[in-house]
Ligand binder design. Sequence first.
Ligand SMILES: [Mn+2]
Length: 429
Amino acid sequence: MLESVGTQSLPRFRFVHAADVHLDSPLKGLAGQDGSAAELIRSATRKAFEGLVTRTVEERAAFLVIAGDLYDGDWRDYQTGLFFVRQMGRLREAGIPAYVIYGNHDAQSKITRSLTLPDNVTVFRTRSAETHRIEELDVALHGQGYRERDIDENLARSYPSPIPSAFNIGILHTGLGGMEGHAPYAPCTLDELRKKGYDYWALGHIHKPEILSTDPYVVFSGNVQGRHIRETGPRGAMLVTVEDGAVNALEPLHVDVVRWALVEVGADGIETVSDANDRVRTAIEQAVEENADGRLLACRIEVVGRTPAHSALLASHEDLLAEARASAAGLGDDVAWVEKLIINTDLPANTVPDPALAETLGEIGLARQDEALLRDLKEQIAPFVGKLPAEARDAAESPLLRAAMDHDFGELIELARPYAMARLTGHEG
Ligand SMILES: [Mn+2]
């Protein structure tokens, strides 16, 4: 092994660290929707990845790293694989190599089709960790892909020792110690990674971008494109600059084409359904201003708080949603899109119920103990929900629909109370 190069300076270079591309991942909540915004959301994972390749070329990166979950699962047909090959071909034309590991979503055992990749792409083997060198930059890349989806062993532990004098990059798909909401795939600790002796850990699996350590760098680049309301905010990849064998800059490349935002609308001061429509429209405009950054803003709207219009809002849910979508569409093509509108309101605390109404509602409450009625409901509703396509069942978030699917008809009666109340009081919007 040669001694360190001494006073001779090492080449300065940049590379791009990406992960969790989830190409062609199916997006929920789009069934039956048309228009260019819905179309853009359908193709968002591809468009964002195309943008990532464009930026990688523009930034003159020396190479691209993809730390797992390039695909979302087995390809429906060859189009997904062909799309990736085309993008890698663009990199090849620019003389840029790519280093890829498989993650839990694209574990070798899950992808049944395969295509030969261009020769600038290196896919790490899954049997054990291996090292690839880029001699002219004195870079060593260490990595191992997933053979099976459920990797519960600590992969990092058997990664090779760093190559002295080289800039060492560890590519790993891991849930670390089991972060909230993520399965603990390939568990390991941050401390363990820090002590490995590498200069940069390019991690994948956790979709929220996060720099866990800067000495050495341990980084989740986050996913390239947010795919639902739990993936809000800017998404993309990391552009890493290396100078004299050390990271000297880390810069996010926001290549997402659709940005997700939760838009909360306070119910305070809303007296009528029309007030609510106005508030929602203003809230969408404001959210676009603050969060969109020139992308399509996919919004989930939640009306929260106490209002005398509580029952009226519940009864007019469909109209409110349609109005919200109209408000979004009225802002122009691909400015905003409303995924869902949730009414999470209540009556003002001091509301005194009408005695006759209270009695009726009390009777509704008793109805959940009426065996004959429950049987009747089951006979009428169960066959209907049974016919719902799996996609609709999975996407169902309405508590009413959930109760019906679970055959919990007592709960269904309870949940229907505010709707009954709205009808009885004439607040139908
Ligand atoms: Mn993953």
